[in-house]
Design a protein around this ligand. Structure first.
Ligand code: SDX
Length: 433
C-alpha cells in the first residue's frame, strides 16, 4: 500500500497540530482532504469564489490553465474540434469513450428521435412578451419540461436518468430555436430527423414555411465546431450550479434550468453578448486606448469583455479554434472587412501587447470570437448565450449524472464566516429612534 501523503496544519491559537490526507488524481494539482477539518479543529475554511477549492472528483474534463490545455475524457479539445462532431463528443462526455460506428449511429438515432417537444409546451411561449430576453424564455421553458416528463423524474433510477439526459440534449436546440422564432413573430419550425444536430438547429432557426431552406454546409460545420468548443468546462459557475441543485435531489430539468440561469451572467456565458455590446460601445479603433485605460482603472467597473479567465492564465485553447472558425465563416459569407471583426482584431492585438494584460495573463477567451461568428451568421446578440446553453447542456447533464452516481456526494451545504451582529434584545417599535 503506497505511503499515504499528508499535510500538517498547526493551529497557533491552540498549539495543536493536525494531519490531513493529500489526495492525488491522475493529472493536475493534488487536493487536501479537509472533510474532517471542522470536526477536528472546530474551524471552517474560507474561500469565496472557490478559487482553491475542489468541489468533487470528476473524470469528465481536465483543464491546465497555465498550459492552456483542455481535455475531454483525455482527448484534447483541438483534436475533437478538428476530427470529431458534436454528437460524438456528447457520447464521449456521457460515456467516457468515443463511440464505435454502431454506437455512434445508435446514439444519433436516439437523439434525433427525442427532438420534438410536447405541443402544449409551444403554448408556454405565448405567455412571454415578444421582446422577452430569450434566456428568460429558456429558463422558463426548460424548467417547464419537468411538468411534462413524469416518467423520468426518479433520479435514483438509472433508466430515468438516461432518458432524461437524452431528452435534454435532444430538445434544447428545438426550444432555443423556438425562442428565437417567437421573438421574431415567425412560426415555429419543427425538427427534421434527416438533418444533423447542427444543421437541424440552423434549419429551425432560419427556415420558414414559405420555401425550402438549405443549410450552408460551411456554417453547419462551424456551428458544430462551436457546439463542441462550448460542450463542457469542468466545474465552472453554471456546472457547479447544476451540481448543487442536483445534490438536493431536484429533477434534471429543474437543474439544467438553474444552470441556464447561472450561465446568463455577463461574467460567465453572457460574455459573448457583452463582447458585441462592448465592441459597439468602442465603435472605432481610435477609441480602443480609452477603453483599455478604463479596463485597468480599479475605480472603473468596466472590464474588457471576452478577456481573462478564472482558470486559463494562458491562451484559452478554445479561443484559438474559435479564431480560425471566425475567419472561415467571414470568408464564406464574404464579410472579411466586417468593421466589428477589424475592431476586434485590433483590440486583441493591443491587449496582447499591453503590459497590464500581459502580466495579469488576460488572454482572449472563448467568448471573444463566438459573438462575432454568431453575428455574421445572422444570429441576434440576445441569442448568443442561448447558443452557449444549447452546447453546454451535454456538459451539465454529464456532470449531473456523475454527481448522482458519486458515492461521496451529499447535499451541498457550504458554511460561512459570520461577521454580523451577535445576540441582542428585541426593541419594541415605540422605543426605536
Ligand atoms: C466563461 O469558468 C469557466 O470555465 C467559464 C467558461 C466556461 O466555458 O464555462 O470558460 C466560460 O465564462 C469565460 C469567461 C467569460 N467572461 C468574460 O469574458 C468577462 C470578462 N472577464 C472577467 O470578468 C474575468 O476575467 C473573469 C470573471 C472571467 C475571471 O475573473 P477573476 O477570476 O476575478 O479574474 P482574475 O482573478 O484572474 O483577475 C486577475 C486580475 C484582477 O485584477 P486584480 O484584482 O489582480 O488587480 O485581472 C483583472 C481582475 O480585476 N481582470 C480584468 C479582466 N479580467 C480580470 N481586468 C480587465 N478586464 C478583464 N476582462
Amino acid at each position: 500500500m503506497a505511503e499515504k501523503e499528508t499535510v500538517t496544519l498547526t493551529d497557533n491559537s491552540t498549539g495543536r497540530t493536525y494531519e490531513f490526507p493529500l489526495l492525488s488524481g491522475t493529472i493536475g494539482p493534488k487536493v487536501i482532504d479537509i472533510r474532517s477539518l471542522y470536526a477536528e479543529t472546530g474551524h471552517f475554511t474560507y474561500d469565496p469564489g472557490f478559487t482553491s477549492t475542489g468541489s468533487c472528483a470528476s473524470q469528465i474534463t481536465y483543464i491546465d490553465g497555465d498550459e492552456g490545455v483542455l481535455l475531454h475524457r483525455g482527448y484534447p479539445i483541438d483534436a475533437l474540434a478538428e476530427h470529431s462532431d458534436y454528437l460524438e463528443v456528447c457520447y464521449l462526455l456521457l460515456n467516457g469513450e468515443l463511440p464505435n460506428a454502431k454506437q455512434k449511429k445508435d446514439f444519433e438515432n436516439i437523439i434525433s428521435h427525442h427532438n420534438m417537444v410536447h405541443e402544449q409546451l409551444a403554448t408556454f411561449y405565448r405567455g412571454f412578451r415578444r421582446d422577452a430576453h430569450p434566456m428568460a424564455v429558456m429558463c422558463g421553458v426548460v424548467g417547464a419540461l419537468s411538468a411534462f416528463y413524469h416518467d423520468s423524474l426518479d433520479i435514483n433510477d438509472p433508466k430515468h436518468r438516461l432518458i432524461a439526459s437524452h431528452r435534454l440534449i435532444s430538445k434544447i436546440p428545438t426550444l432555443a430555436a423556438w425562442a428565437y422564432k417567437y421573438s421574431m413573430g415567425q412560426p415555429f419550425i419543427y425538427p427534421k430527423n434527416e438533418l444533423s444536430y447542427a444543421e437541424n438547429f440552423l434549419h429551425m432557426m432560419f427556415a420558414t414555411p414559405c420555401e425550402d431552406y438549405k443549410v450552408n454546409p460551411v456554417l453547419a460545420r462551424a456551428m458544430d465546431r462551436i457546439l463542441i468548443l462550448h460542450a463542457d468546462h469542468e466545474q465552472n459557475a453554471s456546472t457547479s450550479t447544476v451540481r448543487l441543485s442536483g445534490s438536493s435531489g431536484a429533477n434534471p430539468f429543474a437543474c439544467i434550468a438553474a444552470g441556464i440561469a447561472s450561465l446568463w451572467g455577463p461574467a460567465h456565458g453572457g460574455a459573448n453578448e457583452a463582447v458585441l455590446n462592448m465592441l459597439a460601445q468602442i465603435g472605432s479603433k481610435d477609441r480602443i486606448p480609452e477603453f483599455i485605460a478604463r479596463a485597468k482603472d480599479k475605480n472603473d467597473p468596466f472590464r474588457l469583455m471576452g478577456f481573462g479567465h478564472r482558470v486559463y492564465k494562458n491562451y484559452d485553447p478554445r479561443a484559438q479554434v474559435m479564431r480560425k472558425t471566425c475567419h472561415e465563416v467571414l470568408d464564406e459569407l464574404g464579410v472579411r472587412d466586417e468593421p466589428l471583426l477589424e475592431l476586434a482584431m485590433e483590440l486583441e492585438r493591443i491587449a496582447l501587447e499591453d503590459p497590464y494584460f500581459v502580466e495579469k495573463k488576460l488572454y482572449p477567451n472563448v467568448d471573444f470570437y463566438s459573438g462575432i461568428i454568431f453575428r455574421a451568421m445572422g444570429i441576434p446578440v440576445s441569442m448568443f448565450t442561448v447558443l452557449f446553453a444549447v452546447a453546454r447542456t451535454v456538459g451539465w447533464v454529464a456532470q449531473w449524472n456523475e454527481m448522482i452516481a458519486d458515492p461521496h456526494q451529499k447535499i451541498g451545504r457550504p458554511r460561512q464566516l459570520f461577521t454580523g451582529e451577535t445576540r441582542r434584545s428585541f426593541v419594541p417599535l415605540h422605543q426605536r429612534g
